[in-house]
Design a protein around this ligand. Structure first.
Ligand code: FPP
Length: 249
Protein backbone atom coordinates (compact mmCIF):
# COMPACT_ATOMS: atom_id res chain seq x y z
CA UNK A 1 0.00 0.00 0.00
CA UNK A 2 1.36 3.40 -0.97
CA UNK A 3 -0.46 5.72 1.45
CA UNK A 4 0.61 9.34 1.16
CA UNK A 5 1.37 10.84 4.60
CA UNK A 6 0.09 14.31 3.74
CA UNK A 7 -3.16 13.41 1.97
CA UNK A 8 -3.78 9.91 3.48
CA UNK A 9 -4.57 8.70 -0.03
CA UNK A 10 -3.60 5.18 -1.02
CA UNK A 11 -2.19 5.69 -4.49
CA UNK A 12 -2.35 1.99 -5.29
CA UNK A 13 -6.17 2.06 -5.02
CA UNK A 14 -7.18 5.26 -6.78
CA UNK A 15 -10.61 5.45 -8.39
CA UNK A 16 -10.01 4.89 -12.09
CA UNK A 17 -12.83 7.19 -13.17
CA UNK A 18 -14.19 10.18 -11.23
CA UNK A 19 -17.28 11.95 -12.56
CA UNK A 20 -18.17 15.39 -11.25
CA UNK A 21 -21.46 17.27 -11.08
CA UNK A 22 -20.10 20.79 -10.76
CA UNK A 23 -22.84 22.70 -9.02
CA UNK A 24 -23.13 26.11 -7.41
CA UNK A 25 -21.41 28.48 -9.88
CA UNK A 26 -24.47 30.70 -10.17
CA UNK A 27 -24.99 30.87 -6.40
CA UNK A 28 -21.29 31.66 -5.89
CA UNK A 29 -21.69 34.74 -8.08
CA UNK A 30 -25.05 35.75 -6.61
CA UNK A 31 -23.74 35.45 -3.04
CA UNK A 32 -21.21 38.13 -3.94
CA UNK A 33 -23.77 40.34 -5.66
CA UNK A 34 -22.20 39.45 -9.01
CA UNK A 35 -23.73 38.04 -12.20
CA UNK A 36 -24.07 34.24 -12.43
CA UNK A 37 -21.55 34.22 -15.28
CA UNK A 38 -18.83 35.48 -12.95
CA UNK A 39 -19.48 32.32 -10.95
CA UNK A 40 -19.12 30.21 -14.09
CA UNK A 41 -15.85 31.96 -14.86
CA UNK A 42 -14.57 31.15 -11.37
CA UNK A 43 -15.79 27.58 -11.88
CA UNK A 44 -13.52 27.25 -14.89
CA UNK A 45 -10.51 28.05 -12.72
CA UNK A 46 -11.53 25.12 -10.54
CA UNK A 47 -11.82 22.85 -13.59
CA UNK A 48 -8.28 23.81 -14.60
CA UNK A 49 -6.86 23.01 -11.15
CA UNK A 50 -8.76 19.76 -10.72
CA UNK A 51 -7.78 18.49 -14.17
CA UNK A 52 -4.11 19.22 -13.47
CA UNK A 53 -4.20 17.64 -10.00
CA UNK A 54 -6.09 14.56 -11.19
CA UNK A 55 -3.70 14.01 -14.05
CA UNK A 56 -0.69 14.52 -11.74
CA UNK A 57 -1.85 11.94 -9.19
CA UNK A 58 -2.70 9.33 -11.81
CA UNK A 59 -6.49 9.37 -12.18
CA UNK A 60 -7.27 7.78 -15.56
CA UNK A 61 -10.63 9.36 -16.39
CA UNK A 62 -12.37 12.54 -15.27
CA UNK A 63 -15.84 13.40 -16.54
CA UNK A 64 -17.40 16.79 -15.85
CA UNK A 65 -21.07 17.63 -16.38
CA UNK A 66 -20.74 20.97 -18.19
CA UNK A 67 -24.03 21.34 -20.07
CA UNK A 68 -27.08 19.12 -19.78
CA UNK A 69 -29.92 18.63 -22.25
CA UNK A 70 -32.04 20.57 -19.70
CA UNK A 71 -29.65 23.54 -19.48
CA UNK A 72 -31.13 25.00 -22.70
CA UNK A 73 -34.00 26.17 -20.45
CA UNK A 74 -31.72 28.75 -18.82
CA UNK A 75 -31.92 32.39 -19.96
CA UNK A 76 -30.44 32.84 -23.45
CA UNK A 77 -27.73 35.17 -22.14
CA UNK A 78 -26.48 32.57 -19.67
CA UNK A 79 -26.46 29.81 -22.31
CA UNK A 80 -24.53 32.04 -24.72
CA UNK A 81 -22.17 33.05 -21.93
CA UNK A 82 -21.46 29.42 -21.05
CA UNK A 83 -20.57 28.62 -24.67
CA UNK A 84 -18.28 31.67 -24.85
CA UNK A 85 -16.53 30.54 -21.68
CA UNK A 86 -16.13 27.02 -23.07
CA UNK A 87 -14.64 28.46 -26.27
CA UNK A 88 -12.26 30.65 -24.31
CA UNK A 89 -11.26 27.73 -22.10
CA UNK A 90 -10.46 25.53 -25.10
CA UNK A 91 -8.49 28.32 -26.77
CA UNK A 92 -6.46 29.07 -23.64
CA UNK A 93 -6.01 25.59 -22.20
CA UNK A 94 -5.58 23.26 -25.15
CA UNK A 95 -1.77 23.59 -25.16
CA UNK A 96 -1.59 22.87 -21.43
CA UNK A 97 -3.97 19.90 -21.78
CA UNK A 98 -1.92 18.54 -24.68
CA UNK A 99 1.42 19.10 -22.92
CA UNK A 100 0.12 17.10 -19.97
CA UNK A 101 -0.59 14.19 -22.35
CA UNK A 102 -4.32 14.49 -21.52
CA UNK A 103 -6.82 13.27 -24.13
CA UNK A 104 -10.00 15.24 -24.53
CA UNK A 105 -13.26 13.39 -25.03
CA UNK A 106 -16.87 14.57 -25.31
CA UNK A 107 -20.14 12.81 -24.43
CA UNK A 108 -23.47 14.23 -25.59
CA UNK A 109 -24.89 15.84 -28.74
CA UNK A 110 -22.21 18.52 -28.90
CA UNK A 111 -22.72 18.94 -32.66
CA UNK A 112 -25.91 20.88 -31.80
CA UNK A 113 -23.83 23.60 -30.09
CA UNK A 114 -22.98 26.78 -32.04
CA UNK A 115 -20.70 26.18 -35.07
CA UNK A 116 -17.69 28.01 -33.63
CA UNK A 117 -17.78 25.88 -30.48
CA UNK A 118 -18.16 22.64 -32.47
CA UNK A 119 -15.15 23.57 -34.63
CA UNK A 120 -13.00 24.33 -31.60
CA UNK A 121 -14.04 21.08 -29.92
CA UNK A 122 -13.25 19.05 -33.05
CA UNK A 123 -9.85 20.74 -33.26
CA UNK A 124 -9.13 19.95 -29.60
CA UNK A 125 -10.31 16.34 -29.98
CA UNK A 126 -8.07 15.87 -32.99
CA UNK A 127 -5.10 17.61 -31.40
CA UNK A 128 -5.15 15.38 -28.31
CA UNK A 129 -6.38 12.12 -29.86
CA UNK A 130 -3.05 10.28 -29.60
CA UNK A 131 -2.34 11.31 -26.00
CA UNK A 132 -1.95 8.41 -23.62
CA UNK A 133 -2.45 10.07 -20.24
CA UNK A 134 -5.66 10.95 -18.43
CA UNK A 135 -8.91 11.20 -20.40
CA UNK A 136 -10.72 14.49 -19.75
CA UNK A 137 -14.31 13.80 -20.72
CA UNK A 138 -16.73 16.73 -20.96
CA UNK A 139 -20.49 16.10 -20.95
CA UNK A 140 -21.98 18.68 -23.34
CA UNK A 141 -25.63 18.73 -24.34
CA UNK A 142 -25.69 15.45 -22.45
CA UNK A 143 -28.65 13.75 -20.78
CA UNK A 144 -28.73 10.21 -19.39
CA UNK A 145 -32.29 9.55 -20.59
CA UNK A 146 -31.45 10.96 -24.00
CA UNK A 147 -28.46 8.63 -24.20
CA UNK A 148 -30.60 5.60 -23.33
CA UNK A 149 -33.29 6.60 -25.82
CA UNK A 150 -30.66 7.01 -28.56
CA UNK A 151 -29.29 3.54 -27.74
CA UNK A 152 -32.79 1.97 -27.93
CA UNK A 153 -33.45 3.63 -31.29
CA UNK A 154 -30.12 2.33 -32.62
CA UNK A 155 -31.02 -1.18 -31.52
CA UNK A 156 -34.30 -0.86 -33.42
CA UNK A 157 -32.41 0.23 -36.55
CA UNK A 158 -29.83 -2.55 -36.20
CA UNK A 159 -32.64 -5.09 -35.90
CA UNK A 160 -34.39 -3.68 -38.96
CA UNK A 161 -31.12 -3.90 -40.94
CA UNK A 162 -30.67 -7.51 -39.79
CA UNK A 163 -27.50 -6.56 -37.89
CA UNK A 164 -29.23 -8.16 -34.88
CA UNK A 165 -30.97 -11.46 -35.64
CA UNK A 166 -31.47 -12.95 -32.21
CA UNK A 167 -32.79 -11.25 -29.05
CA UNK A 168 -29.88 -12.71 -27.02
CA UNK A 169 -27.52 -10.54 -29.02
CA UNK A 170 -28.94 -7.59 -27.10
CA UNK A 171 -26.78 -7.73 -23.99
CA UNK A 172 -24.89 -5.36 -21.67
CA UNK A 173 -21.92 -5.26 -24.07
CA UNK A 174 -24.08 -4.22 -27.01
CA UNK A 175 -25.89 -1.59 -24.94
CA UNK A 176 -22.60 -0.14 -23.66
CA UNK A 177 -21.18 0.00 -27.17
CA UNK A 178 -24.13 2.21 -28.15
CA UNK A 179 -23.79 4.73 -25.30
CA UNK A 180 -21.78 7.94 -25.61
CA UNK A 181 -19.38 6.48 -23.05
CA UNK A 182 -18.34 3.57 -25.27
CA UNK A 183 -14.85 2.48 -24.24
CA UNK A 184 -14.90 4.51 -21.00
CA UNK A 185 -15.14 2.48 -17.77
CA UNK A 186 -18.07 3.22 -15.44
CA UNK A 187 -17.31 5.93 -12.88
CA UNK A 188 -16.09 4.62 -9.54
CA UNK A 189 -16.83 7.87 -7.77
CA UNK A 190 -19.39 10.63 -8.38
CA UNK A 191 -18.69 13.98 -6.75
CA UNK A 192 -21.42 16.60 -6.47
CA UNK A 193 -20.79 20.04 -5.08
CA UNK A 194 -23.10 22.56 -3.39
CA UNK A 195 -24.92 20.08 -1.19
CA UNK A 196 -27.46 18.63 -3.63
CA UNK A 197 -28.05 14.88 -3.51
CA UNK A 198 -29.37 14.19 -7.01
CA UNK A 199 -27.95 12.64 -10.17
CA UNK A 200 -29.81 15.17 -12.36
CA UNK A 201 -29.91 12.91 -15.43
CA UNK A 202 -26.13 12.28 -15.32
CA UNK A 203 -24.72 8.90 -16.47
CA UNK A 204 -27.87 6.96 -15.50
CA UNK A 205 -26.73 3.60 -16.86
CA UNK A 206 -23.08 3.99 -15.89
CA UNK A 207 -23.57 4.91 -12.21
CA UNK A 208 -25.31 1.66 -11.20
CA UNK A 209 -22.51 0.86 -8.72
CA UNK A 210 -20.70 4.19 -8.40
CA UNK A 211 -19.96 5.61 -4.97
CA UNK A 212 -21.57 9.02 -4.41
CA UNK A 213 -19.90 11.83 -2.45
CA UNK A 214 -21.37 15.27 -1.93
CA UNK A 215 -20.00 18.43 -0.35
CA UNK A 216 -21.67 21.72 0.60
CA UNK A 217 -18.77 23.59 -1.00
CA UNK A 218 -19.77 25.49 -4.14
CA UNK A 219 -17.84 24.44 -7.27
CA UNK A 220 -15.76 27.66 -7.57
CA UNK A 221 -14.54 27.08 -3.97
CA UNK A 222 -13.71 23.40 -4.56
CA UNK A 223 -9.97 22.79 -4.14
CA UNK A 224 -7.61 19.85 -4.54
CA UNK A 225 -7.92 19.19 -0.79
CA UNK A 226 -11.67 18.53 -1.37
CA UNK A 227 -10.78 16.11 -4.16
CA UNK A 228 -8.38 14.31 -1.84
CA UNK A 229 -11.07 14.14 0.84
CA UNK A 230 -13.52 12.58 -1.66
CA UNK A 231 -10.92 10.02 -2.71
CA UNK A 232 -10.14 9.21 0.95
CA UNK A 233 -13.83 8.65 1.73
CA UNK A 234 -14.15 6.52 -1.41
CA UNK A 235 -11.20 4.39 -0.31
CA UNK A 236 -12.88 3.74 3.05
CA UNK A 237 -16.13 2.57 1.46
CA UNK A 238 -16.93 -1.09 1.05
CA UNK A 239 -17.99 -1.74 -2.54
CA UNK A 240 -20.06 -4.89 -2.77
CA UNK A 241 -21.77 -4.67 -6.19
CA UNK A 242 -24.83 -6.40 -4.74
CA UNK A 243 -22.78 -9.19 -3.13
CA UNK A 244 -21.27 -9.45 0.34
CA UNK A 245 -17.77 -8.44 1.30
CA UNK A 246 -15.08 -11.06 0.49
CA UNK A 247 -17.79 -13.60 -0.28
CA UNK A 248 -18.87 -13.40 3.39
CA UNK A 249 -15.59 -14.84 4.72
C1 FPP B 1 -23.10 24.63 -12.33
O1 FPP B 1 -23.51 25.75 -11.63
C2 FPP B 1 -22.43 25.01 -13.57
C3 FPP B 1 -22.63 24.43 -14.75
C4 FPP B 1 -23.51 23.28 -14.89
C5 FPP B 1 -21.96 24.95 -15.96
C6 FPP B 1 -20.49 24.72 -16.02
C7 FPP B 1 -20.00 24.96 -17.39
C8 FPP B 1 -19.15 25.88 -17.76
C9 FPP B 1 -18.52 26.83 -16.80
C10 FPP B 1 -18.81 26.02 -19.23
C11 FPP B 1 -17.42 25.68 -19.54
C12 FPP B 1 -17.16 24.25 -19.37
C13 FPP B 1 -15.93 23.68 -19.42
C14 FPP B 1 -15.80 22.21 -19.28
C15 FPP B 1 -14.69 24.45 -19.60
P1 FPP B 1 -25.03 26.24 -11.64
O2 FPP B 1 -25.20 27.26 -12.68
O3 FPP B 1 -25.91 25.05 -11.74
O4 FPP B 1 -25.08 26.91 -10.24
P2 FPP B 1 -26.35 27.12 -9.30
O5 FPP B 1 -26.80 25.77 -8.87
O6 FPP B 1 -25.78 27.92 -8.19
O7 FPP B 1 -27.37 27.85 -10.10
Amino acid sequence: MKRDKKTSIDYSRLPKHIAIIMDGNGRWGQKRGLPRLVGHKAGIETIRDIIKTSSDIGIQYITVYAFSTENWKRPEDEVKGLFSLLLLYLEKEIDEIHNNNVRLSIIGEYKKLPDGVVKKIDYALNRTKNNTGMVFNIALNYGGRDEILRMARNIYLMTKNNEIENVDEIDYNLIESLLYTEGIPDPDLIIRTSGELRLSNFLLWQTAYSEFWSTDTLWPDFRKEDLFEAIKVYQNRNRRYGGIKNGGK
